[in-house]
Design a protein around this ligand. Sequence first.
Ligand SMILES: [Zn+2]
Length: 244
Amino acid sequence: MENHTDAAILELAHGRYADAGDEYTLAAYADLSGTGGNRRSLFDPDGAEWAGYAVESFLLAAVCYRLAGDDERARNRVGQGILVVGDLRDDVLSDAVLRAACFEWVGHLRTVVGDADRAATAYDRAASGYADADPEDAVSWTTNPLLQAGTNAVCHLSRPDDVQWDEIHGSDPSTALTRRVQFARSRLPSMVAARIDAGTLHAPRGSTEYGTGQFRCPDCGSDDVNYVADTVLCLRCDTPVDRV
Ligand SMILES: [Zn+2]
């Protein structure tokens, strides 16, 4: 079966944002139905939080449609993401940390379409939800799929600046969860604006290698590469590289 996330990344590499939006949308549906790479469905009793990767795909689809000039479809994908996390929060997940993470997702999704007021309300509820849950090991929660997918989305939208985990979560382990909400609330709007202004969503950062001497970007000449989506892209400009 086709991997729609990989297909979306290849469309990003070619700057075909409407097609990338379509592929990310299909990636979301595949993940929700359990036919995606994670093989976990939205209602998997041991893995509903894996739906975070589907919501990440809805968010990236929305950014792609905005880049393609189609704000209506961007809002549609944001709406779908919000409906999914609402269902998770109200009827599927029981853990207080994960329910707070659903509000965090609403904040991210609304931010992508410039709905700042309602994003702020959602981020407030996420922060108070995390504070009330007050888990013993907050840092370990950040690798739960529902939260990890959110970190991935923030890191992807930060490219080419590439924010790091420490920047998002801060240096105090006990406040890692509330800090990530503050980070997204203050930084995500400018990240989204920068991508729209530049007209570019870069490919996500996979594993990277500098000065390879084995590849050459046909566009910018760099031999620094990004191994992602089962292919090799220029780390500088996302163009698929040639082997030399
Ligand atoms: Zn290049």
